[in-house]
Design a protein around this ligand. Structure first.
Ligand SMILES: O=P(O)(O)OC[C@H]1O[C@H](O[C@H]2O[C@H](CO)[C@@H](O)[C@H](O)[C@H]2O)[C@H](O)[C@@H](O)[C@@H]1O
Length: 279
């Protein structure tokens, strides 16, 4: 996991502005807690047709510069979103499918993966109320149905991770994940920003969770918009929206702004962030 800079706490963040359509944006969207409300069972989330249509419209209006950046695996994102043509970054960036259909994946030592699986399964078996989600190269341990278990789960996971070479912990919303080391959402956003159709655009990233902080830091460095969904503190994000419903409404406005040439400017060249609302 790459180190995160200290984040500011306390000052209320503004809502994100909309871009002028003469400015070229690249849109990066987290999934759970951002596009989708949380539910108890990770397999039970449902993506509405209207959300799919909205994302497709934004993808088209941004000349393809839209990507989902998720802790879910790419095949799971395909299941939820109906194998979209957008770029998909899965497992916090470990997996990446570009919008031309090509893939890149980082090799994980199969011995290290097997060792991780055995150890994490054993940990889950001895913790009541913990749900194991096996994503092949990564495993998530959820405690949404027993949130009081989180401190004990985190402590046990930290102790275990210290003995699992090639793997690192990614804590999240009532979850702790064992994921391959060396990749995070910030790095995958930077990777995407180096190639078409993202290169040369200003990155805009919406996300809710700790894993999204890596992306907020990267987007801030690149002079884009970092938008935290919900109230989690501290955060490096410079803007906020309260909920997935508010995200959908903002994305609706963004689609309309791209159609009607409304909005405000952001400065992607100076690293100074968006001009009208810079805290
Ligand atoms: O990066 P994301 O797209 O936000 O994915 C992060 C994790 O999201 C999922 O877990 C979370 O959402 C579940 C469904 O609402 C919820 O039950 C769970 O408590 C949340 O932590 C997903 O299951 C994980 O694999 C993702 O890594």
């Amino acid at each position: 996991m790459s180190p995160l800079k200290p984040a500011s706490v306390g000052a209320p963040l503004p809502a994100p502005p909309l871009p002028r359509p003469d400015q070229r944006w690249a849109l990066f969207l987290d999934v759970d807690g951002c596009l989708l409300e949380f539910v108890d069972d990770p397999a039970a989330v449902v993506v509405s047709d209207s959300l799919r249509r909205l994302l497709q419209a934004l993808h088209d209006r941004l000349d393809g510069a839209l990507a989902l950046v998720s802790g879910r695996a790419v095949h799971d994102l395909d299941r939820l979103f109906g194998r979209p043509s957008w770029a998909l970054a899965g497992l916090h960036g470990y997996e990446l499918r570009y919008d031309d259909g090509s893939h890149r994946e980082i090799a994980v030592d199969p011995v290290a993966e097997a060792r991780m699986r055995e150890a994490v399964q054993a940990l889950a078996a001895r913790m009541d109320g913990v749900q194991l989600e096996d994503k092949h190269q990564a495993i998530a341990l959820h405690c949404r149905r027993a949130p009081q278990r989180l401190p004990a789960l985190l402590a046990a996971a930290r102790a275990l991770a210290a003995d699992l070479p090639g793997y690192e912990l990614q804590p999240g919303n009532l979850v702790v994940e064992f994921k391959p080391a060396g990749m995070d959402k910030g790095r995958v956003v930077e990777e995407l920003m180096q190639r078409p159709p993202f290169a040369g655009r200003a990155p805009v990233y919406l996300g809710d969770d700790l894993t999204d902080e890596h992306a907020f830091a990267a987007v801030n460095r690149l002079g884009g918009l970092s938008v935290r969904i919900g109230m989690r503190e501290p955060s490096q994000a410079r803007f906020t929206l309260p909920s997935p419903d508010a995200v959908h409404a903002w994305l609706d406005q963004l689609r309309d702004a791209l159609d009607t040439h409304e909005g405000v400017s952001i400065d992607a060249t100076t690293g100074g962030g968006p001009s009208p609302c810079q805290p």
